[in-house]
Design a protein around this ligand. Structure first.
Ligand code: FES
Length: 264
């Protein structure tokens, strides 16, 4: 049976406070929100950055290094560049303090994850992922990739276009100038471009997605894509359509993008 480790006294953390500790020599981060305690590994699954200084919002913590976001309740990775979850621990609030341990099947029947308002104790399981992460669901929401290929641009026919139109390959090359500011990878290799169409005159339409619907870089990427295309000879207007269907998944990235992000 996995042992509980005492991380803090009951009244030690106020809402919004956090504390770093160790469980079995592994660094962990204990967080108190308004209603809950959470305990997760204090190591970003992308490249090892401690998460202890990361901003927290809606029970999600963001890595300060490259912007990966994790669900504090279960450790799941919510956006790139992280594709693997972090370990989330079960919490027990007792008279003796705040205890945590790796999630076990016993914890799944726990009653409540709320901070007791009286002397009650509770187990907070948060659906925490077990140590081996074998059942955790990493990354963005599951979806069916729009292509069986792992090459983002393979969906697009680079030679498409009737006489007088601009090749998709030329437009994709122009769009490679647009770099995601958080991931430092161009949007074509990230697999964000779903379609490019030239009407044969002076209008280009692009279907483009984001790594997550809440991506803060979205407006910037749209604007830069529009400018990159409108710099091409023969194009006076580029229309960028943000689409979220199908949702982006890491499988859309090219091998180059994976290499850049350290994903193997
Ligand atoms: S180390 Fe955390 S996102 Fe890269």
């Amino acid at each position: 049976m996995t042992q509980w480790t005492r991380l803090a006294a009951v009244d030690e953390l106020k809402p919004g406070d956090r504390k770093t500790e160790f469980i079995d020599d592994n660094p962990v981060l204990l967080v108190r929100t308004d209603d809950d305690y959470f305990c997760v590994a204090d190591v970003c699954s992308h490249d090892g950055q401690p998460l202890s200084d990361g901003p927290i919002s809606d029970n999600h913590i963001t890595c300060t290094r490259h912007g990966a976001r994790f669900d504090l309740a279960n450790g799941n990775a919510l956006c790139m560049p992280a594709t693997e979850p972090i370990v989330a621990y079960s919490i027990q609030v007792t008279d003796d303090g705040i205890l945590a341990r790796l999630a076990t099947s016993d914890d799944s029947n726990s009653q409540s994850n709320a901070i007791p308002t009286n002397d009650e104790t509770s187990v907070s399981d948060h659906d925490a992922n077990p140590a081996d992460n074998s059942t955790a669901t990493p990354g963005p929401p599951e979806t069916t990739p729009s292509s069986e290929s792992d090459d983002a641009s393979a969906d697009l026919d680079p030679t498409a276009g009737e006489s007088g139109t601009i090749d998709a390959a030329v437009m994709l090359e122009a769009l490679k100038e647009v770099i995601d500011p958080e991931l430092m990878v161009n949007i074509v290799d990230l697999g964000l471009i779903y379609d490019v169409r030239h009407d044969g005159k002076d209008l280009v339409s692009v279907d483009m997605t984001l790594t997550s619907p809440a991506c803060p870089a979205g407006p910037q990427l749209v604007q830069q894509s529009k400018m990159a295309l409108e710099r091409l000879d023969g194009i006076t207007e580029a229309q960028i359509n943000l689409v979220m269907t199908p949702p982006w998944t890491p499988e859309r990235m090219t091998d180059d993008a994976r290499d850049n992000l350290g994903i193997f």
